[in-house]
Design a protein around this ligand. Structure first.
Ligand SMILES: Cc1ncc(COP(=O)(O)O)c(C=O)c1O
Length: 407
């Protein structure tokens, strides 16, 4: 199957694309038939056999093991470095709160982080008295400029560097391998928020050299909500203490006071029962992405980003808010739309043009997530909608959505 045939097949398998121009996988990706079928098969198994029979338990064990292996393949890791979590933010929390950070220890993060990254950093400042430095990032920064800013921020006092590999708010790819080398040379751990990367950009955590890397199922992978994966570098697993604990965090225990904590196994970060159908759906999503080919997806989404840049350049009043240089460009394309409120623009696009996108208030921008299943025609629909918003105005009955709500 050629890449073009593959993208057409993916479109066919994703029914929401028949009715909507869906440009919001950076928030949550659309489900496809293979993913839903995998979840349905698992639900049927539970329906007809009950959740604790041998048949169903064996299936759970096999599916979880396959998910660990497929995720490791996707991330460039080994299966015994992958913990199953609930989402990216849980993975980030496990990692940053698992470090033995104390008053005065330095944390470096950026001004372009999601709340799921920056708020855990603020809590470390509040609760443990860590010193927090924010590296300023703008969409037009080159990788060299980004690196230079990290170079200025990370010093011998820095114990943790926490950053996204692709920022949700500017859509830029950061030079993670170089930042990671810099951080390690100064004795800091590197924890990565990969919410915008899995299913989007090829990832090789061993080559990147990072200590922990958290990803979700439900964004660019187009898996179900409610699951994520956390990579922890084998030699560092013992260095992160599990924050929430259960029997899996014990190497042994009895009921007379005997207890030995588990140190080396990545499963110490997994607390308890996860949803079988969600594990099955995530496995199908990861396998589907690996079959599409991570390099082909990455090439495709950046082609679409260049096409969007060219199309939106023709709209007076619209300015790009994501990178226009190829070294940092991703599948996230952001624009400001004159003086319009981006939440109202997104709500208008959805109601009057059936284009699903979102606002990023920090940069006053509308964000289009361009995935491999999207087309130039989708970009045209979004551009036409924005032209119309500018020429005719947004109807008064379109309200700006509540921040963090349905925008
Ligand atoms: C960069 C970034 N981090 C974290 C999150 C939250 O992800 P999750 O729902 O997997 O915790 C998002 C969601 O948009 C994000 O873009």
């Amino acid at each position: 199957m050629s890449d073009q045939e593959r993208w057409a097949w993916l479109r066919e398998q994703t029914p929401v694309l028949r009715d909507y121009v869906y440009l919001n996988c950076g928030w949550s990706g659309p489900l496809s038939y293979p993913v839903v079928e995998a979840m349905r098969r698992r639900l049927d198994l539970e329906l007809w056999h009950g959740p604790t029979t041998r048949t169903v338990m064996d299936d759970r064990q096999a599916t979880t093991a396959r998910l660990r292996e497929a995720s490791a393949r996707m991330l460039g890791a080994d299966a015994d470095e992958i913990a199953i979590t609930g989402n990216t933010t849980e993975g980030v929390n496990i990692a940053v709160n698992g470090l033995d950070l104390r008053a005065g220890d330095g944390i470096v993060t950026t001004t372009a982080e999601h709340g799921g990254g920056i708020v855990p950093a603020y809590f470390l400042r509040e609760r443990r008295g860590c010193e927090l430095r924010l590296v300023p990032l703008e969409a037009e920064c080159s990788p060299g400029e980004v690196l230079e800013r990290f170079d200025q921020a990370i010093d011998a006092n820095t114990r943790l560097v926490l950053l996204s590999e692709i920022t949700y708010s500017t859509g830029q790819l950061l030079p993670l391998a170089e930042i990671s080398r810099l951080a390690h040379a100064r004795g800091a751990s590197v924890v990565v928020d990969g919410a915008q990367t899995a299913g989007h950009v090829p990832i090789d955590v061993h080559a990147l050299g990072v200590d922990a890397y958290a990803v979700p199922s439900h964004k660019w992978l187009c898996g179900p909500d409610g699951l994520g994966m956390l990579y922890v570098r084998r030699e560092r697993i013992a260095g992160f203490d599990p924050v929430k604990v259960s029997g899996r965090a014990a190497a042994s225990y009895d009921f007379e006071g005997g207890f030995e904590p588990e140190r080396e196994k990545v499963t110490k970060f997994e607390v308890s029962t996860t949803s079988g159908p969600v594990v099955a759906g995530t496995l199908a999503a990861v396998e589907q992405y690996l079959e599409s080919g991570p390099v082909a997806v990455w090439d495709r989404v950046r082609d679409l980003n260049r096409a969007a840049e060219a199309r939106f350049a023709n709209i007076p009043g619209v300015a790009p808010a994501s990178p226009c240089i190829d070294t940092t460009r991703s599948g996230l394309f952001l624009v400001t739309v004159g003086e319009e409120d981006p939440g109202r623009v997104a709500a208008y696009l959805q109601r009057d043009h059936r284009v699903v996108a979102r606002a990023v208030r920090q940069y006053n921008a509308v964000r289009l997530s361009l995935h491999a299943y999207n087309t130039e025609a989708d970009i045209e629909r979004a551009a036409t909608g924005i032209e119309q918003a500018l020429s005719e105005g947004i109807p008064d009955d379109i309200l700006a959505p509540v921040p963090g709500g349905a925008e």
